[in-house]
Design a protein around this ligand. Structure first.
Ligand code: FPP
Length: 245
């Protein structure tokens, strides 16, 4: 099935959203619960990650269709290296799978621009090549920006920004606005809404600086079960909070 061809009819919450104001421009997602989703079904963790990748594709499509400007996905944290090698290798292999020609074509057809944030130099060369390929081949696109956080950690993001900024700026030039340019997210606006699935309610080293003013939204659903209704629920909740503020 073509993932951009999805046309779900369950749009109960969609009609409750006021699409003219107070919408999140940048959504960040902690895609948590793949392992538990698989375990509950008696499947290996890899099956959960594979299902998680399909949900990730559908979520990109949903954000594209609903006019979201930026989407940041926490796909591999600096802590994830501590997992068993088989599992790490499998998650990394999903990147190459994602970048397969057909997906890049669909990204281009939908004007989606891809970025990676994090220290990708730690990944195998073949994976880095796949990452560079999708970044290069979607470079001209001007629609939804998708940021994959890979080997990303909020603390290491801040450290790498500090290391860079002290090389180029004098002490008095270092302001919050200037510092932000040196983070992996650069000029991209900070997330308006951060979603975490699986019932966990922690930031887990994701976008620590960038989420200083972000609205947080949690669901007990495991990531592979995330769907359009949950996305609309999060947007509606965000909108209601912002209208009250
Ligand atoms: C968290 O669930 C999920 C991950 C660590 C991996 C997420 C990766 C993908 C969805 C695919 C990435 C693909 C690309 C192209 C970037 P968990 O394993 O921590 O779940 P658990 O808490 O239930 O064990």
């Amino acid at each position: 099935m073509k993932w951009f061809g999805l046309n779900r009819t369950r749009n109960g919450l969609k009609s409750k959203i006021d699409w003219s104001s107070h919408l999140p421009k940048h959504i960040a997602i902690m895609m948590d619960g793949n392992g538990r989703w698989a375990k509950r079904r008696g499947l290996p963790r890899s099956a959960g990650h594979y299902a998680g990748m399909q949900t990730m594709r559908q979520t990109i499509s949903m954000c594209h269709k609903n006019g979201i400007e930026s989407l940041t996905l926490y796909a591999f944290s600096t802590e994830n290296w501590k997992r068993p090698k088989d599992e790490v290798d499998y998650i990394i292999s999903l990147v190459s799978e994602f970048v397969q020609e057909t997906n890049v074509r669909e990204l281009n057809e939908n004007n989606i621009k891809v970025f990676f944030i994090g220290d990708i130099s730690k990944f195998p060369e073949v994976t880095q090549q796949a990452m560079r390929k999708v970044v290069d081949e979607t470079e001209e696109n001007t629609g939804l920006k998708v940021y994959f956080a890979m080997n990303y950690g909020g603390k290491s993001d801040i450290i790498q920004a500090v290391r860079s900024i002290v090389k180029t700026k004098n002490e008095e030039e270092i302001t919050e606005e200037e510092f932000e340019q040196f983070l992996y997210t650069g000029n991209n606006p900070c997330p308006d809404l951060l979603i975490r699935t699986s019932g966990e309610k922690r930031l887990s080293n994701f976008l620590l600086w960038q989420s200083a003013h972000t609205e947080l939204w949690f669901t007990d659903e495991m990531w592979p079960d995330f769907n359009e209704e949950l996305l609309y629920a999060s947007i509606l909740d965000y909108q209601n909070r912002k209208k009250r503020a």
